[in-house]
Write a protein that binds this ligand. Sequence first.
Ligand code: CO
Length: 516
Amino acid sequence: MQEILTRTEPILDSTSDVLKTDWRRGYESQLHEEQYWVDDVEGEIPSDLHGTLFRNGPGVFDIHGYPIHHPFDGDGMVCSFMFADGKAFFRNRFVRTEGYLAEQQAGKMLYRGVFGTQKPGGPLANAFDLRLKNVANTSVLHWGDKLLALWEAAQPYRLAPATLDTLGLDYLNGVLRPGDAFAAHFHIDPFCHWDGGAPCLVNFGVQIGPVTKLHIYEFDPAFKLLRRQSHTISDFAFLHDMALTPNYCIFFQNPVSYNPLPYALGWRGAGQCLVSHPDRPTRIIVIPRHSSKGSVRIFETVPGFVWHHANAFEQGEELVIDSVWYDSYVGIEPQTDFRELDFDALPPGMLGRTSIDLSTGATTRRLLDHRCCEFPVLHPTKVGRSYRYVYLAAADQPAGNRPNQAVWKLDLETGAQQIWSAAPRGFASEPIFVPRPRSPEVAALTTPDVGRPLDNSAPGEDDGWLLTLVYNAARHASDLVILDARDLTRGPLAVLRLKRHIPHGLHGSFTSQRFA
Ligand code: CO
C-alpha cells in the first residue's frame, strides 16, 4: 500500500488559529432533533450496504447557557443511519436521562459532571454533592432486542431502535442491581468456544473507591447471562476499556491514583482528582474467562496511559495487546477551557503493541508508529484473534499531537499504511468497519452447521466499508463518509451531507438489522 494524501488546500499547522477555530466549532451544542432521508449525497451509497449505524456522543456543551467544563460531561445524543438499497435515513435524539429531563424542566444546571463541570455558585454550591449524572453519552450497543446508550459509571439507558425514544434505565433482565455500572466498551467474541462457537457479548462494570470492584458479564445473543465473575483490585483503578481473547479479559491499570478530597469539597470534578504517576509501571490484569484457564495474573510494563485497546490475541504462550498509548494522563484543570487546548503541549496517542510471555512473565512494549491516533477498530470476526488490519481516526500529519482529521489503515503484517484525510477543514470520528456481505447465493452455500455462528461476511479481512462521521467546518455541518476499506486512497465512495452538525462524538456500532 502507498500512503497518498489528496489535498486541494495547503496544510495548516496545528497551532493555527483557523484550525483551532474550526475544531472548536465542532463543540457547539446541537439542540435540533431531526429525521430525514439524506438526499444530498456525493458519490453512491453501496447498494449492498444494509443495516443501521448507531453513534453516541455529547450533544450539548452548555446547560441553558452555563458552560460544561469537559466534553465528556455533555448529555448523550444518539444518531442512527439506516442504509437500504443505496439510500440512507438519518435520525438524532437526545437520551432522555433523569438528569437531562430534570435540567430541561428546571431551565438550569442541577448536576456536577464527573470530568469537571461544576454547578454555578462555586465550591459552596458543589461541596458534598456526590450524585453522579448519568449522561449516557459514550457508546451505543444493539444486542438481543435491546438498543442501549452506555456510560461507564452507571446502568445503560434503553432506547427504541427505530425511533431512538428513551425507554428508561435497563437492568439487563435483572443482571444489574441499582448502582451497578455497565461499561461503554463491550466486546463481542465472534466465536465463543465455551458456547459451541456462538457469538457472545462480554462487558464489565467497575465500582470505584479505595479498592476497586470489577464485575465481568458474558451474555448470549438473546441477552441471557452466561457467565459472571467479580474481582477486587486492592487500590484505585481507572478502567475505561478492556481487551478480549478467547480465554482472557485483559485490563490495563494505568499508573494514576485518586484523591477524592477536592471533589468532596467542591473544588474539582472527580475526573480532575486523578493524579498521574509517570514513574510507576502500567499493571496488566489478565483474567481467565473460564476457571479451567487458571487464576488472575498481574504483569507490569512501561508507564503510560491507555484509554482504548485495538485488539488482543493469543499466540502459544504469548499474549499480544495492541492499544493507543499516551505518555501520561492529562486532565482539564479547573481554570482551563477545553476549547482552548494547546495541542502541542499535550502528549499524542500512539499505537503500541504489548507482548506478555505467560510462561516467564516477561513483557515488552513497542510503538508501531508515531502518528497521533485514537478510536481503533477492526473486522468484527477478528476480535480476540490474530489480525492484519487496524483502522483508526488519526492526525492528518505523521507526527505531533493534532486533532483527528483522517482515517488511517495499518497493515500489521507488512507495516504498509493508507490514509484518507478530511483536512484541512474536516474532523474525523471513530471509523466503524462494516464487512461486505456475501452474495445471497454464496451465503446459502456456506451456511454453517446449526449452532454455529453465521459469519455472513465476504472473505478478505479488509473487504468492507469504513463509516465515519466527519465534522465539516467549511459548512458547519457533518458528513457521513463511506470509504472502501480495501483502498482508502480511492477517496470516499459516498459523502452524505447532513443538514446540521453533529458535535465531535465518541463511539458507535453497526447492526445488519434495519431500523428507521
Ligand atoms: Co472509549
